[in-house]
Design a protein around this ligand. Structure first.
Ligand code: PRX
Length: 679
């Protein structure tokens, strides 16, 4: 019998009832305990009456998907050369949408609103963490973006050149992205929480010529430096980089490389506020965004202009029911993630929205900061992640209750499955039992929302993303790629190309085909397990590959394993995502020490802390394991593949499952024994 190491591993409370994604395929148990949820929240008649999108749109879209998207592209965007071609799938899985059309993303996001007489409308209400604020109208944004584009051009940035952006959530982040788009220079935003090493590999992979950064940003009440990470990254060798453009945010002292480093205030503030946007082809690259995959090397996901902007604008308008004249929209995502790209920068600005951007954390200087911001700006649409909702829930109802949240009319969720308990709390405590919740499923690769309820159409169900959007052919299939019947589980796929789909992995055509199109030929495989309930609604079950989801952030098990193995004390490492009440999943690492390191007999906590810190330095603090367990062996199949499923059982404090395919069945006993004894 396989022992349960119940005394060895601190108990980890399971996340009820949405299970974390098993790496070896959706676990039957996971499928069974779902969809006993029978609460329904039909849209309110007033919401239906005024909704941007009604139920008729599904039939319209499915009658001719490409034609539907072409209508959206014409209606929602301004083209300098109208397209005549719609969809080209002749070289599948490489796709082209609206390929003979030309346009500029920044013109669509900014200038045309000014030209239409909305220059005085607020585009950005910026709230800094220390309490400083800035308001930028669309006319202000046009001037700022034009200045930045002129300055970047003077630093040598031309159409097609890549620009790396490593900034806090300040207006300059949005301005820089749009300035890149204005020049037709693809941006590669690197989340400010990533390490110098992670930044370095991304700069080198994209061969960026300019890096835009800041001295630092405010986080949890203190200035947190960014420029030193850029210096360190460039010191590792990045020959493509000609300049570093530095925004002064915190006033921290910075090291300076003359000739290379340039202050934003010196070149941008001095530049002309007039700039003509560069027309580009619809398929011109708009940005690269790196994300974790199943191998150790992050993938540069490539998005282009016309199709991406079409779906960004359509989904933002339909899913959040945006009314640009009256709504105040707030998406809490950082621009370092795809959510920040599509639902802070492109979607809302293309639609002419007024939005809030906030630099800091929800608990600085107090745990009501978010609700204070909602009250202060009269936020009517809020889009955030389940992990944040669960955290606020833990802090208690009395905090949001002490603010006026009556302006909220639509609530969104993204990044990971939302458990029904958090969903209900969000609806009642934040949404006053009135605002519909839209649980939006999508990915860096899909570019924009793919599955979500519509606020004026769908009767919502706590915990389910429910229905593919109009124009999206998502489905759940079994191992043989056959569509599963209602009530059954399987793998989430997309059957037909969609406008915002990734155009590939930067510099690696083959990896794109292998990663997304080889598991089920002809179908895009998303990496997620899913189930259809009795009504045919889709429930997401988490990843079925070696990708973890920690607080809605995507992390690769392999990447963390490589980081651990790069430490001189570590011989072998296996990482799993274990269920965690607060973060959805948490990183748990199993390591075998090298004989020399083990012989030193150092206290376990010291070794564990050192390895946790090592991962934070290699990748970033978000990848830091919650636990590092030193073990004598790792469970492997006869072909040498680590059976993470068994390790997850250990990490989640469960009876270890079927271990019959192990090459050496005594390994799990050894691990249990090793865990109970000091390493
Ligand atoms: O597993 C799914 C989960 O997040 C993954 C995509 O991560 P990323 O590319 O970083 O993009 C996150 C923001 C769009 C998916 O494969 N995921 C995202 N949204 C949901 C979700 N899981 C369940 N429900 C969601 N609403």
């Amino acid at each position: 019998a396989t022992p349960t190491p119940s005394t060895a591993v601190p108990p980890v409370p399971p996340v009820p009832p949405v299970p974390a994604g098993p790496a070896d395929g959706p676990a039957p148990a996971a499928l069974d305990n779902l969809s006993t949820e029978d609460r329904r929240f039909p849209p309110d008649p007033a919401m239906i009456a005024q909704a941007n999108v009604g139920s008729d749109v599904y039939a319209w879209a499915s009658a001719d998907r490409p034609d539907f998207w072409a209508d959206q592209a014409r209606e929602l965007l301004t083209w300098t050369r109208p397209f005549t071609e719609v969809l080209d799938w002749s070289e599948a899985p490489f796709v082209r949408w609206f390929a003979d059309g030309r346009l500029n993303a920044a013109y669509n996001a900014v200038d045309r609103h000014v030209e239409a007489g909305h220059g005085e409308r607020v585009a950005l209400h910026f709230e800094g963490e220390p309490g400083d604020t800035r308001t930028l109208t669309y006319a202000d944004l046009q001037r700022e973006v034009s200045r930045a584009a002129n300055a970047m051009a003077s630093l040598g940035v031309g159409t097609g050149d890549r620009v790396a952006i490593y900034l806090p959530m300040i207006p300059e982040a949005v301005i820089t992205m749009l300035a890149c788009a204005r020049l037709g220079a693809p941006h590669s935003v690197v989340f400010g929480g990533f390490s110098a090493e992670a930044l370095h590999s991304r700069i080198v992979d994209a061969a960026a010529t300019l890096v835009v950064t800041a001295d630092g940003g405010y986080r949890k009440g203190t200035p947190s430096a960014l420029k030193p990470a850029v210096d360190e990254a460039l010191a590792k060798g990045a020959p493509s980089v000609e300049h570093v453009l530095v925004v002064r945010r915190t006033g921290q002292t910075v090291d300076w490389t003359p000739g290379r480093d340039v202050w934003w205030s010196d070149v941008v503030d001095a530049a002309s506020e007039r700039h003509t946007p560069v027309d580009v082809d619809a398929e011109h690259p708009l940005f690269i965004l790196y994300t974790s995959g199943t191998t150790g090397r992050p993938k540069g996901i490539l998005h282009t202009t016309g199709g991406y902007l079409t779906q960004a604008a359509f989904t933002h308008r339909a899913v959040f029911d945006l009314k640009p004249e009256t709504d105040v929209y707030w998406c809490t995502a950082d621009i370092g993630w795809i959510t920040g790209h599509t639902y802070v920068v492109y979607g809302p600005l293309i639609n002419g929205a007024t939005q809030v951007i906030y630099e800091g954390t929800p608990d600085t200087p107090h745990r009501g900061r978010w609700w204070e911001i909602v009250q202060k700006y009269g936020v009517s649409i809020l889009y955030t992640a389940p992990t944040a909702i669960r955290t606020c829930m833990k802090w208690g109802d009395d905090i949001p209750a002490s603010f006026d949240l009556s302006s909220l009319r639509v609530l969104g969720s993204v990044g990971e499955p939302i458990n029904p308990e958090a969903w209900m709390w969000y609806r009642r405590t934040i949404g006053g039992d009135r605002a519909p919740i839209v649980d939006t499923w999508w990915q860096t690769e899909t570019g924009a929302i793919m599955i979500s309820p519509l606020p004026g159409v769908t009767s919502t169900k706590p915990g389910s993303a429910q229905v593919p959007l109009p124009g999206i052919a998502a489905d759940v299939v079994d191992d043989e790629a056959k569509s599963v019947p209602d009530g059954a589980g399987g793998y989430l796929v997309v059957r037909e190309p969609w406008p915002a789909m990734l155009r590939g992995i930067w510099g690696d055509r083959e990896r794109y085909k292998d990663t997304y199109w080889s598991r089920f030929p002809g179908l895009y495989f998303a990496g997620d397990g899913a189930k259809k309930d009795a009504d045919g609604d889709i429930w997401l079950l988490g990843r079925v590959d070696d990708v973890m989801n920690v607080s809605g952030h995507r992390l690769s098990t392999t990447e963390i394993e490589s980081a651990l193995v790069s430490h001189p004390s570590v011989a072998e490492a296996a990482v799993v995502g274990a269920s965690d009440d607060m973060t959805g999943q948490a990183v748990v690492a199993f390591v075998i020490l090298r004989a020399e390191a083990a012989a030193l007999d150092r206290p376990a906590e010291e070794v564990q802390e050192e390895l946790r810190r090592h991962v934070a330095v290699a990748i970033g603090p978000i990848a830091k394991p919650r636990q590092v367990l030193v073990v004598p062996e790792l469970p492997k199949t006869r072909s040498g593949k680590i059976m993470r499923r068994l390790l997850r059982d250990v990490a989640e404090h469960r009876t270890v499952g079927d271990a019959t395919t192990l090459a050496d069945s005594s390994v799990m006993d050894l691990i249990a024994a090793g865990l109970s004894a000091p390493p």
